[in-house]
Write a protein that binds this ligand. Structure first.
Ligand code: MRU
Length: 349
């Protein structure tokens, strides 16, 4: 039994687990160029907010090694252009822009092009390592909140393969499994891309966690029938007031948690907060290809030409969130005050 990893850096090469092929095939891809990285993020070969931030950081650093700029100013322009391109690969997760900004800031510190190249690589490695530590810490805090609770529901995949390791919402289950603490996890399949079925069910099985798959429409019935005691989800962007964007269907679960009077937890690192926006109304929501809904395995399941609305994320209003679990501690309402109090001067981009 082991916790799967999705991003590997050996000092020379970046490889990622191709999440589009899971659970049938375990295939690692080498990403060599900025374009490779953009395509891997755009096509969901690597996905999950922290994981796309880490991968984009490596992508920017790898791409920068090839730029033969004569001046630091010209090099900075290359880096700016590549960062803007990578940042356009997906709109909702703020971790992407956050990681790229950290790297761009490093270039500002450099005295020459050679030093800038080294600083970029070092910063990408740092972001990768920090995320693993953050996720471990989120797991520890979540275990405290979940004390005495066994049956927990989740959606999408906010797991090890969506981060550097451990995950956010799935971190307590991985840590629990290492310590002999048993959970029964109920994973919503997460239509239309099936991150719950293809990724969460697979990932939790890999680390020996008891996982039961349900369709998204079974959530209300399952909470009652199986005695679900809490719901825990990840996040792609959290506004200053606590409104949280996460995978489509998350908002439904928050409403259900409220109706059943069970806690609804969001687990996310500081890099997922965007304190530049006051509330969730301005979070950009990605809309994906209609064929994700009209087709299954390439076969149409709806009349040809059917109109489709396919938002990949929704925004859960802060008042439905019992607590936000971060690596720095647990945040509860009043979020507007308590988020900056805990995260300090941190601001997402
Ligand atoms: O479209 P995806 O698969 O990238 O969406 C991922 C999610 O919504 C996750 O819950 C979120 O990014 C948190 S990952 C720790």
């Amino acid at each position: 039994m082991s916790i799967p990893l999705s991003i590997k850096w050996d000092g020379q090469q970046l490889t990622i687990l191709d999440q589009q092929k899971l659970p049938h095939e375990i295939d690692y891809l080498t990403l060599e160029t900025v374009e490779d990285v953009y395509n891997a993020i755009f096509s969901l070969k690597v996905r999950g907010a922290p994981a796309i931030g880490i991968t984009a950081a490596y992508g920017l650093a790898i791409g920068a090694q090839r730029h033969e700029a004569v001046s630091l100013e010209a090099f900075q322009q290359y880096v700016e252009k590549d960062a803007a391109y990578l940042n356009s690969s997906r709109p909702t997760a703020v971790n992407l822009g956050w990681a790229l900004s950290r790297l761009k800031d490093k270039v500002q510190e450099a005295e020459n092009v050679q030093q800038a190249k080294l600083l970029l690589l070092a910063e990408a490695v740092k972001i990768h390592k920090e995320d693993e530590e953050s996720c471990r810490s989120i797991g520890e805090h979540a275990l405290v909140l979940l004390q005495g609770k066994t049956k927990v529901m989740t959606i999408c995949n906010a797991g090890s393969i969506a981060t550097a390791k451990y995950g956010t919402a799935l971190a307590p289950f991985h840590l629990g499994s290492e310590r002999g603490r048993e959970f029964e996890v109920f994973a919503c399949e997460t239509r239309p891309v099936y991150q719950g079925a293809r990724l969460t069910a697979w990932e939790l099985q890999q680390s020996g966690v008891d996982v039961t798959l349900i369709t998204d429409s079974m959530a209300a019935h399952t909470i009652g029938a199986k005695g679900i005691e809490a719901i825990i989800v990840g996040a792609d962007r959290i506004a200053a007031n606590g409104d949280t964007a996460n995978k489509i269907g998350t908002y439904n679960l928050a409403l259900l948690a409220n109706a059943f009077s069970i806690p609804f937890y969001v687990a996310a690192p500081a890099s997922t907060f965007d304190l530049s926006i006051e509330d969730g109304t301005v979070i950009p929501i990605e809309e994906r290809n209609p064929e994700e809904i009209t087709h299954t395995n390439g076969q149409p399941v709806a009349p040809l030409g059917t109109k489709v609305f396919n938002p990949a994320f929704d925004v859960t209003p802060a008042h439905l969130i019992t607590a936000i679990i971060t690596e720095k501690g647990i945040i509860t309402a009043e979020y507007k005050k308590n988020i900056p109090d805990l995260l300090g001067a941190f601001t997402g981009k």
